[in-house]
Design a protein around this ligand. Structure first.
Ligand code: GRF
Length: 195
């Protein structure tokens, strides 16, 4: 059974979807939910699901990224994860952290990568007049939102779409895509999954 640590910063809806998917003959089980934000709503959801939780508050390290990441690593490694799923984790990670978990780390990004890396992805797609938007699950490398894409899901952008309306439409697909990609990843299956 593969042990999966999930990193969050907010509500953790992707974390919940991932945790709920890891049952039965799924090769993974959640071993930890960690947040950099003590008040993150996802921490209570994880606790309610019986998943161990931890907080490493980046504010305690006053902008010293290396020290923050060293603290993250020491906490995470006590849970001996085989994979790390970033799920709404809103801190940029340096090669120091990423190299420690090279090849074991996934992230979900709310755009059709390589388009719209970074923030405000839905607003940018709407403003560009794109016909569709979506989400991507990718391996985490040192390049922000730049690792190999393992899965994508598309949604239409409709006339008059607001950022919130589009974000909600994409989030529904995130909750389907991420669990499917994680299972394939843990089974060592390659290739791009398209939903
Ligand atoms: C989602 O839009 C996800 O794509 C991004 O963070 C947002 C919140 O996710 N990574 P969650 O509800 O905290 O999982």
């Amino acid at each position: 059974m593969k042990r999966v640590a999930i990193l969050i910063s907010g509500g953790g809806s992707n974390m919940v979807s991932l945790a709920k998917s890891m049952t039965g003959d799924h090769p993974g089980r959640p071993c930890l939910v960690l947040s950099n934000v003590p008040s993150a709503g996802g921490l209570q959801k994880a606790a309610d699901m019986g998943i161990p939780t931890e907080v490493v508050d980046h504010r305690d390290f006053k902008g010293d990224r290396e020290a923050f990441e060293s603290a993250l690593i020491s906490v995470i490694d006590t849970y001996e994860p085989d994979a790390i799923a970033m799920a709404g984790f809103m801190r940029i990670l340096t090669p120091h952290f990423i190299s420690h978990y090279a090849g074991k780390m996934l992230n979900i990004h709310p755009s059709l990568l390589p388009k719209y890396k970074g923030l405000h992805t839905h607003q940018r797609a709407i403003e560009a007049g794109d016909a569709e938007a979506g989400c991507s699950v990718h391996e985490v490398t040192a390049e922000l939102d730049g690792g190999p894409v393992l899965g994508q899901a598309r949604v239409p952008i409709v006339e008059g779409d607001t950022e919130d309306a589009l974000a909600s439409r994409v989030l529904v697909k995130e909750h389907l895509l991420y669990p499917a990609v994680l299972e394939r990843f843990l089974n060592g299956e390659k290739g791009l999954l398209t939903l």
